[in-house]
Structure formats: C-alpha cells, structure tokens
Design a protein around this ligand. Sequence first.
Ligand SMILES: O=C(O)CCC(=O)C(=O)O
Length: 315
Amino acid sequence: MTCCHSFPRTRPAKMPRPLSEAQLADYDRQGFLLASSLFDPDEIELLRRSAKEDKRLDDHAFGRDDGEGGTVRLSLWNHPGDGVYGAFARCDRIVERAGQLLRDEPYHYHSKMIMKDARVGGAWAWHQDYGYWYGNGVLTPNLVSCFIAVDPATKENGCLQVIRGSHACGRIHHQLTGQQAGADPERVTEILKRFELLHVEMSPGDVLFFHSNLLHRSDQNHSENPRWSMICCYNAKSNDPYKESHHPRYTPLNRLPDSAVREIGAQRFDAVGTAGSGTNGSGQGDEQSASMAWLDPNRDASATALNANSKDAEN
Ligand SMILES: O=C(O)CCC(=O)C(=O)O
C-alpha cells in the first residue's frame, strides 16, 4: 500500500511562533488565554481615539435588548478593511496567535466594536459564540475570538466574565434572551457549580483569546466609565462554512506586519493631532467603510433565527 502523506511535515519558516507549547496547553485546558499588553499604550490609543471619533461606528451601530431592561450597542463588519480596525485585525501579533490556537490558517469571520457606554451599557447573557454561529453552516467550533480591551474593563463597568474550562461542555442549547442568544440557564447553573467563574479585568491593549464554546457574559455598566472593546473573530480555513450566511465563507486574510498599527493609525490623524478625513464618514473613511462590509442588523440572523422556529437543536 502506498501512503499519500509524507512525515515529518515541515512548516515553512515564516516567523517565530509567539505562543509557547505551555500557553497552547493552557488555552486547550481553560478555553482562553490572556495576553497582557499585546498592544502598547500609544497603539491602543490610536484605536480608542479612532473608534470614539468615528461617526461610521455610530451610523452602523445597532442595539440588542439584553433581557434585563437594558440594551447592548455594537457595530459589526465582515471584512477587516484597510483602516485602523483592519490594522488590528490583520496584524501578525493577532493573526499568528489565532492561527496557533486554531492549528490552522485563520480567516477573518467578522469584527465588532462593543460600545458599552457609561451608565447605560447593556448586559450580555451567558452564551457561547458557537451558539450564535452554528446556524451559519459552521461545522465545528474551531473558531477563536480575540477581545481587545479599548477602555479599562473592570467589574464596575461590566468586564467580561468567563467560566474556565466550559468549552469542554460542548455546544449548549441556546434560546432567545431578550434579543440575544442565551445558553440554557439550567445547564449554566449546573456548570457554575463545577467550573470556576472569572471576572476578566483588563487594561487597554490587553487581549483575551477565547474558544467559541467558552461560556461568557457581562453585566450592565452602571459606572461612570465606558467599557468599549473590539472583538475580532477568526474561523479556521478547514472549517469553511458549507453554506452562505451573513458572515463570510473562507476568504484569504491579507496579513500586515505589526508596524502597520502605528503607520495606519498615524495616517488617520493629521500632524496637529486633529481627526483626519477618515473619521467622519467622508473621503478615505468611506472607501474603508465600503470594503469592511458593515453588517446590516436586519441580516444578523444569528440570534433571531432561534426565535423563528425554536429549532435550537438545529441552531
Ligand atoms: O462585550 C461583552 O461583554 C460580550 C460581547 C460578546 O460576548 C459577543 O459579542 O459575543
């Protein structure tokens, strides 16, 4: 019998692998990995300022009832684009790690800005991201989300909470909670008896990588401080969805060197430090905006599909 594989396979030498075997093992055990200060203060300030001054984010923002009397506010786009958001989502620092965690070539599934505003920011119900994405024709949970802290995230302003190791529970039945997909509360209660709940407090520039089956939630923000974060989600090339949905099928990701974050960020603001044309929805901003493919909230069927036919077993 002839064998079609040749071993050992060698990986083309591209760049140092930033995550150690011990970190990969931690991720596999816990379902998440916190990379402190992955972005320097001046880099994250470029993202923070771009986002806070970006009228396009507001224009494309939509709310989802959190089922607790509040509303979460977010903007979501399918392609990373050539602007500051794209520089973060495409830079080696993030993409290389995502690839290591997926053990595959990552492609950009979408990014979003979670705009948890001071005093009014809504809560997120316990859920798994795969609970949202299962219905999109994604066959395995081999996706990773990279949560980039834009503002400080504290218990007071509704930092992310995770249940350590809960990704091992497999995909949990999801149902509509407000306008969000929430994991079966009975099961979550039982999981919380056996697994550890963690509040992930983060400083701007920290990044939490987490598995698509990791249970996570966050409280409403009753504090005086905003808690914005950008979440970049990647799917594995081999996990290319079998059907079309409101998020892309495999699309090669055009990676950028880490230096692009500062370079592209600098282009966005002019020499005297005022916002450039890209921030107000005109000029360059519009071109970037078009390439990003903002998600029309009416097309975001991830959660509402749960309501349409109650076929959670299929979602
Ligand atoms: O930002 C948060 O608190 C949670 C966001 C989240 O879980 C999501 O977008 O799926």
